[in-house]
Design a protein around this ligand. Structure first.
Ligand SMILES: [Zn+2]
Length: 250
C-alpha cells in the first residue's frame, strides 16, 4: 500500500446538499477586486468567507451556509428545535432557506426581509412588526452591517424572542479590528467599499463590539468555533479556522 492511500484526506462535504467529494469554488473576484480598487484593507482579515473555498459547486451554498445548516441540524437532533418551534429567517440565504424547507419539519418557518420579494414578511429590523416574545428561533446573518443602528436592531430581536429562545446572529467580522469601523459621513458607495469592503454596508464590526452589541440588547452569547465542531470537520466543509458562530440566547 502506498503512503498516499494512508494519508488521503476525507472528501469535502456540504451539509446543505449533503453531498461529499464536490469542489468548493472561489469567491467571485468582483468582491475583493472592487474592494481592493477602493483601498479596502481588511479582506484577508475576515473571520469567515474563505476566498478560495467559498461556494459549493453542487448547490451554491456559501461557507457560512454550510456551517449554519450543520448547526441547525444539531439543534434539531438535540431537541432545541421541534416541529412547533416558531422560526423567523431574516434575509434568507437561498441555499440555507431551501435546505430548511426541504426538511418539511416546521409548521411555523417564516422568511422576512425589508426589500426582498417572495418572503412571508416585509419588515424593518429596526422596528420589527412582530409581537413581543413571538419567536423561538431567529436566523439573522449579514443584516446588521446594513441597518442604520445595529444596537436598535439587536434590541428588537431581543424583544421578539421568547424566553428560552435563541438566534443565530452573524455579521462580517474583521479579526484585526480593535473597534467597529463606522463613519456616518461615508455615504457614497465608493466610501463604503473603502471602509467596509462592500458598497451597501454601513459598518465593519470588530469582534468585541459585536459581542457587546448582542449582550447590551439583553442576550447571552455563545461562540461556537472549531473546538465545538472539530478542526478536521472545518477542513471538510472548506471553512476558515477562525470561523465562529454567534448564538444569542434569551
Ligand atoms: Zn452543497
Amino acid at each position: 500500500m502506498s503512503l498516499c492511500q494512508n494519508t488521503s484526506l476525507p472528501a469535502n462535504y456540504c451539509p446543505v446538499c449533503q453531498t461529499s467529494g464536490q469542489v468548493f469554488l472561489p469567491l467571485s473576484p468582483f468582491f475583493w477586486e472592487t474592494a481592493a480598487r477602493h483601498g479596502f484593507d481588511c479582506y484577508e482579515d475576515c473571520e469567515m468567507t474563505p476566498l478560495d473555498t467559498y461556494s459549493c459547486s453542487a448547490c451554491g451554498a456559501s461557507d457560512r451556509e454550510r456551517l449554519y445548516a450543520w448547526w441547525f441540524n444539531e439543534q434539531i437532533r438535540q431537541g432545541r428545535l421541534t416541529s412547533s418551534s416558531r422560526i423567523v429567517h431574516f434575509a434568507p440565504e437561498a441555499a440555507f432557506s431551501a435546505y430548511i424547507q426541504s426538511l418539511r419539519l416546521f409548521t411555523s418557518y417564516k422568511t422576512a426581509d425589508l426589500m426582498m420579494e417572495g418572503v412571508d414578511y416585509n419588515l424593518d429590523l429596526m422596528q420589527i412588526a412582530l409581537p413581543d416574545a413571538s419567536v423561538d428561533c431567529f436566523l439573522c446573518s449579514h443584516v446588521l452591517e446594513h441597518v442604520p443602528s445595529d444596537r436598535v436592531a439587536a434590541k428588537e430581536l431581543y424583544r421578539i424572542t421568547a424566553s428560552g429562545g435563541f438566534g443565530l446572529l452573524m455579521v462580517p467580522i474583521a479579526v484585526g479590528l480593535e473597534r467597529t469601523r463606522e463613519d456616518p459621513t461615508a455615504v457614497t458607495e465608493a466610501d463604503r467599499w473603502k471602509l467596509y469592503g462592500q458598497g451597501d454596508h454601513v459598518r465593519l464590526h470588530a469582534k468585541k463590539d459585536f459581542i457587546d452589541c448582542i449582550t447590551s440588547a439583553g442576550f447571552r452569547v455563545q461562540e461556537l468555533t472549531w473546538r465545538h465542531f472539530g478542526a478536521k470537520f472545518y477542513k471538510r466543509l472548506g471553512l476558515k479556522p477562525t470561523s465562529t458562530l454567534y448564538i444569542a440566547e434569551k
